[in-house]
Ligand binder design. Sequence first.
Ligand code: S3P
Length: 425
Amino acid sequence: MFTTHKIHKIEGKITVPGDKSISHRAVMLSSISKGKGRIKGFLRGEDCLSTIACFRGLGIEVEDKGEEIVVHGKGLYGLEEPQDILDAGNSGTTMRLLSGILAGQEFLSIMTGDSSLRRRPMARIAVPLRQMGASIEGRNNGNLAPLVIRGGNLKGIDYASPVSSAQIKSAILLAGLYSEGDTTVREEIVSRDHTENMLKSLGANIHVENGIVTVRKSELYAQDIQVPGDISSAAFFMAAAAALPGSHLIIEKVGLNPTRTGMIDVLRDMGADIEIDNLFVSGGEEIGDIMVRGRNLKSASLTKEIIPRLIDEIPVIAVIAAVAEGKTIITGAEELKVKESNRITSMVTEMKKLGIQVRELPDGMEIEGPNEIRGGRVESYGDHRIAMAMAVAGLFANEPVEIENSECIAVSFPDFEKKLKAITK
Ligand code: S3P
């Protein structure tokens, strides 16, 4: 059982593990590039290890050399028919992005995942990939894993995505590398663009204008990739430090891609004191140090335009909204219902257990603050971000907060508990 207690403040200078989205993409794109890809700062969380296992299953040699991961890329057509079912574990990114690559392969692949992933919608990638010419079968009329894919002979499409989702966009763009003609993806609100950035730096024929992305069949060439710290992991510490007066936290070398920094904007709206320092760009990704000083925060209003830029940070934003002055309203966030758990229901249920005044909305939640947070025992629903958000709640609670099934934290942040201990006073 993982338990957190009330603290006085957060203080220190830390780094956080590598960005999950970029780590997945680094292994995937290096595997289908020509040459050796050396990845530094790779996240050794369970999700990204699932991606490595899948590519090994597809005949790619991946070496873990400690300070770097070396992927022996075999080019676009070097993958081999897997001898067994590929297991994406808990990782939606693995299953959805890999589906795009498998759609370009003439062989047969079967992909499955854990019980959470087997409940998550796959029609969102299967529908456009079928339009491109791939055969994709699955349970529930092709919407649920296990998925059975036989690809090849793809044609480019022009796809207006009904959901702002980097996983959908990326699956289509990756299939576009294997397609005749242009493949274009349009989104109403632009989702994270790490796939586009990495494709560009590996030499793909890709064009981005006004959020519309077009890719053509192109060979990729391996490059060294430096993975920045994950802002979605940093978010737990940023939130706690921002809301605890007297705190002073520096998180070094965090990825600050503008499609990922919605949390910083929201914290500033809530009155937080945040500065960015030592900015630089590597592999098309902005990286910098985040400095946070604690204050008493006020409520915020989050609407659909900002949601894709902070989608994974909403659980911890909800927690600090509980101690902020005023009513926080989160809307336009229905995508939360199809994450590792239904994150609206999970958060509302567990926050209520801690005595927080929170109301579930069809597409978000309302939190009335400030609350005295009680302690107690809460459930993670096997969802890493719910477990870590609850751990942050415990830092503000009058009694300890005990988190059941907290092992799932290893999905994205294996040494979360140790890092948290190092900065709590
Ligand atoms: C991810 C995209 C997001 C995010 C997930 C990682 C990615 O999902 O929630 O944790 O790496 O592309 P959607 O783009 O489907 O919302």
